[in-house]
Write a protein of this length. Structure first.
Length: 254
């Protein structure tokens, strides 16, 4: 496997070089590449290939969530490490990548619209003017590389809040972040799940309901999956009307 195979997989999904793409990746995807194509760092080479594919006209966003949920744990976009895996942390440290100031759900981006997508309202994790809201209005695409939809499923929490599911509720957190050497305090609303309920994301019954908007292709022994945010938003509305708890694996009425 080489960069040509990677680009073919991306094209098979219908990804264009000017797309806005939110990528959830597992570092293991880079092990599918031929070892002669890089110098002891397959993940770095893999990320460079992704960046090259969308270079100039497109935009790549990668979650760099750190879950800093109190004022004592000050978030610094330049030094706070991502808590969502090696793929994310490696991308965060790439040249020309910029990061948002969100203490809980920061994102990193590179490309044409990176500034627009990292400068958003910090007061609500998944509400209006949040990253996920701006991303959806751009009809961004969500791409999972070698991981399940659940593992790359933060966008589904945006859908849960958008449609007001019953098993989550708004909780406010007092957070802090550093900007230009100054510490700024920020109240943030987070649509959290009820801990006394079985409300963890579980898409085993939901995924078959969205087959028409979910694309997939193989990359070596791993799978790439893709969906457009606006198409997913629309189909989810109809699914939740029939099956209100389907996003948490409830098979009632299915």
């Amino acid at each position: 496997m080489n960069s040509t195979n990677l680009y073919s997989s991306l094209k098979n999904l219908g990804l264009k070089r000017n797309d806005v793409v939110l990528i959830h990746g597992d570092a293991i995807v880079s092990t599918q590449l031929n070892s002669t194509n890089f110098e002891n760092d397959s993940l770095n080479f893999f990320l460079n290939c992704l960046i090259d594919y969308f270079y100039l006209e497109g935009t790549i966003i990668v979650p760099s969530f750190s879950y800093n949920m109190n004022e004592k744990n000050v978030f610094d976009k330049d030094t706070t490490k991502s808590q969502v895996g090696l793929f994310s942390e490696k991308f965060r440290n790439k040249k020309n990548v910029i990061r948002s100031n969100h203490p809980i759900f920061s994102v990193c981006a590179i490309g044409k619209k990176s500034k627009n997508l990292t400068n958003y309202d910090l007061s609500d994790c998944f509400g209006k003017k949040s990253f996920f809201d701006i991303f959806t209005k751009m009809n961004g695409k969500i791409l999972t590389l070698g991981c399940s939809l659940e593992n790359g499923g933060t966008y589904f929490h945006y859908l849960e809040q958008y449609y007001g599911v019953s098993y989550r509720f708004i909780k406010k957190f007092s957070c802090a972040y550093k900007e230009k050497k100054k510490i700024k305090k920020q109240k943030i609303k987070y649509y959290v799940r009820h801990l006394d309920k079985n409300a963890a994301l579980d898409l085993k019954y939901f995924t078959p309901k969205i087959k028409k908007v979910l694309k997939s292709t193989n990359f070596g022994r791993l799978k790439f999956q893709l969906f457009e945010s606006q198409k997913l938003l629309k189909v989810t509305k109809n699914v939740l009307k029939k099956y209100p708890n389907i996003l948490i694996g409830d098979k009632a009425n299915i």
